[in-house]
Design a protein around this ligand. Structure first.
Ligand SMILES: *[C@@H]1O[C@H](CO)[C@@H](O)[C@H](O)[C@H]1NC(C)=O
Ligand SMILES: *[C@@H]1O[C@H](CO)[C@@H](O)[C@H](O)[C@H]1NC(C)=O
Ligand SMILES: *[C@@H]1O[C@H](CO)[C@@H](O)[C@H](O)[C@H]1NC(C)=O
Ligand SMILES: *[C@@H]1O[C@H](CO)[C@@H](O)[C@H](O)[C@H]1NC(C)=O
Length: 244
């Protein structure tokens, strides 16, 4: 009985320390989703990490950015904190133009440089290269150094810090939509998680103390019985002597 209680105690203590972490996927070929990321449909009772919720749509992993919309998650490297995203509309330079990461836990993985998006009514000569997915027959969009004077046929749309100016050699799909997440945020969350773990340890220790107390009480009862038995025997012995 005591051994059983002791085993129960050890088991409780261990399971409170070893927290089972769930890894899931939207698809067999998709990236593994685990802390700090979480699939949105799986509530599992504990609070989601704001900004780290991903959703599964048609077996594709998506992450939602309020400033842009849904971006597909191509891969996540948890070691280097690198999330590689793809634009479902296949226009990374539209994403760069619109994505505002200021209220998210993310920032660009690559070093940024300011570029001005120019919208021109006529094509600019070489070496300017228009961004195909933002251009049409009536307008031509370029990403240029903000220090450059704006050509007369163009107007500046916006100057934004982005990883690269457009180059036909950097295919929209493979290129730079890589984000990283704040280690500071992760640390803060780590501390919160750490306090959950310490609460579990406290519960575990309390359980152990309780079990140990029960164990000691049961021993002292037995010792008491033994002592009483011995006293009775001694009394009987003494009695037999006096009778004698
Ligand atoms: C998602 O994956 C499952 C299992 O691999 C498959 O049966 C289903 O057709 C897929 N759905 C889509 C929309 O690709
Ligand atoms: C990004 O969003 C923040 C907060 O909503 C806002 O203050 C900031 O001006 C935005 N930045 C750009 C470049 O739009
Ligand atoms: C881009 O320009 C803004 C405004 O001039 C400046 O505050 C910011 O530091 C620049 N960003 C980069 C990455 O150079
Ligand atoms: C999170 O906490 C563990 C131990 O509590 C520590 O080893 C790890 O370095 C922490 N991670 C961060 C990002 O602070």
């Amino acid at each position: 009985m005591d051994a059983l209680l002791f085993l129960f105690c050890v088991f409780t203590f261990q399971s409170s320390i070893i927290k089972v972490s769930y890894a899931t996927k939207c698809d067999d070929a998709g990236p593994e989703i685990h802390y700090p990321f979480q699939i949105k449909s799986q509530q599992q009772g504990h609070e989601a990490n704001p900004g780290f919720e991903v959703l599964c749509k048609d077996n594709i992993t998506f992450i939602h950015f309020p400033s842009y919309g849904d971006l597909a998650v191509n891969s996540i490297s948890y070691d280097t904190k690198n999330i590689h995203l793809l634009d479902p509309k296949n226009c990374a330079y539209r994403v760069f133009l619109n994505l505002n990461l200021s209220l998210t836990p993310f920032h660009y993985f690559h070093v940024l440089k300011n570029y001005t998006y120019l919208k021109c009514s006529t094509s600019l000569p070489h070496p300017f290269v228009e961004v195909p997915c933002l251009s049409a027959s009536t307008h031509h969009v370029y990403t240029v150094d903000p220090a450059l004077p704006v050509p007369s046929s163009c107007q500046g749309i916006k100057t934004v810090p982005i990883p690269f100016a457009y180059s036909p050699y950097l295919s929209d799909n493979r290129l730079g939509l890589r984000l990283t997440w704040d280690s500071e945020d992760a640390e803060t969350r780590n501390r919160t998680r750490g306090s959950h773990t310490s609460l579990n340890i406290v519960i575990g220790i309390s359980m152990c103390v309780l079990v140990m107390a029960m164990f000691i009480i049961s021993i002292s009862i037995k010792v008491g019985e033994v002592t009483r038995n011995r006293q009775q025997k001694e009394e009987q012995l003494l009695k037999s002597f006096t009778d004698f």
